[in-house]
Design a protein around this ligand. Structure first.
Ligand code: FMN
Length: 369
């Protein structure tokens, strides 16, 4: 009798910002180049990953590591990666404050053609006033107002993807007999990572699924279940949840811990301070989950997320499977220190371990015919 396993999509959060997600001078100094990200996406595709996602970021945090002082623009990066791959899902991010929905509606229609229907959109309503403010593109809206704008944005975009001519007069956008062709073959999958009350409400009402973080194992489980519960309350049984995990593998648990200690020895406090200061400058700081996360870490901040999963491939697989099953996650998105060597470990031994621990990935099926 075959035992039932939980199906989980596997994705990679592409390192389009230099240094990736470890804020340190002693971690791998990943280049934020298109070539490197293309190699990572192709490797992920070869191993059977389901999607590659890139973030949208406009300004770095400086410090000795010059953390994220170089970042690739997300949609143009994913257009190239769509052409360079043939099966993996390609997901790009936009800030709703920055781009007019009619501009993105057309970009997405083209991305749909380039990717042959593999494109997905990650929407960011905005949580760092300095990031977009440096260009004069931060809108002076409170937290709820930013999600109101995002809701009008997505309403307009969906209409342009499905209707011949659109008239719209709202609080933020005015369209008169607006035509947008070509159309994508379908409305693309749309994800948002807002996990505040307004963020979740917006996402469940308007999106395919939610990206989420946890500050530890229990927080992950709580956040994942909360999303499913809120979605079920409004009949969204199709709503998907994707966890984001920083993972540091080693040959043994001890070796993995030593890697983390070494990266922490070079922690870039100046860059982390700048990050916290930028998010804290949001007048709606009390509702901004990202700002609250950075502030609450205080002096305990280190080079990587406190929720990082560290250990041998077996340890990682066991911990990831525990969270994925108990949080009822539909997807696991990974961040690693080195997106070539470490990603190979995730795509092979960790995928095997996940299978043994009750989680079925397409990567496993891909590698086992
Ligand atoms: C997986 C994940 C991906 C995210 N990607 C981006 C991004 O690319 N750019 C960005 O400015 N913010 C990004 N964010 C931040 C969120 O979109 C959101 O602004 C933040 O979590 C605050 O949520 P809230 O609005 O519900 O308080 C991301 C967050 C997560 C968890």
């Amino acid at each position: 009798m075959s035992e039932t396993k939980k199906p989980v999509e596997l994705g990679v959060f592409l390192p389009v910002g230099n240094g990736g997600w470890i804020t340190s001078t002693t971690s791998p100094q990943l280049p934020a180049t298109y070539e490197y990200n293309k190699d990572v996406a192709r490797l992920a595709e070869d191993m059977g990953f389901d999607f590659a996602l890139s973030m949208a970021k406009w300004r770095g945090y400086g410090g000795p590591s010059k953390h994220w002082d170089v970042t690739l623009e997300s949609l143009t990066t994913m257009a190239g990666i769509a052409e360079a791959t043939s099966r993996i899902g390609v997901w790009g991010t936009i800030h709703t404050m920055i781009f007019h929905p009619a501009v993105v509606a057309k970009m997405v229609a083209v991305l749909d053609q380039i990717s042959n229907g593999r494109f997905g959109l990650n929407l960011v309503a905005g949580s760092n006033p300095v990031d977009q403010g440096q260009m004069g593109l931060w809108r002076d809206l409170d937290h709820a107002g930013r999600y109101a704008l995002a809701e009008e944005w997505i309403t307009v975009a969906k209409r342009l993807w499905t209707e011949d001519r659109v008239d719209h007069e709202g609080a933020f956008y005015k369209l008169e007999d607006c035509m947008s062709n070509p159309k994508p073959r379908n409305i693309p999958p749309i994800i948002c990572a807002g996990t505040s009350d307004s963020g979740f409400r917006f996402t469940i009402k308007n999106c395919t699924g939610s990206f989420m973080l946890g500050s530890n194992r229990d927080d992950f489980v709580k956040t994942g279940l909360r999303a499913k519960e809120l979605a079920a309350e409004v009949g969204r049984t199709d709503f998907k949840t994707y966890g984001l995990f920083t993972i540091v593998p080693g040959a043994s648990d001890k070796e993995a811990e030593e890697r983390v200690d070494y990266y922490n020895s070079g922690v870039d406090i100046e860059a982390l301070d700048n990050q916290t200061r930028e998010y804290s400058s949001d007048p709606s700081v009390k509702q901004n989950t990202m700002a609250k996360r950075f502030i609450s870490q205080g002096d305990a901040r280190n080079s990587m997320s406190p929720a990082a999963i560290i250990g041998s491939p077996e340890t990682i697989a066991r911990k990831l499977a525990d969270i994925a099953i108990n949080a009822e996650l539909d997807g696991i998105t990974v961040i690693v220190p080195d997106f070539i060597d470490d990603l190979k470990t995730i795509g092979t031994t960790v995928v095997e371990g996940l299978h043994e621990a009750g989680v079925m990935t397409n990567a496993y099926a891909h590698q086992h015919g």
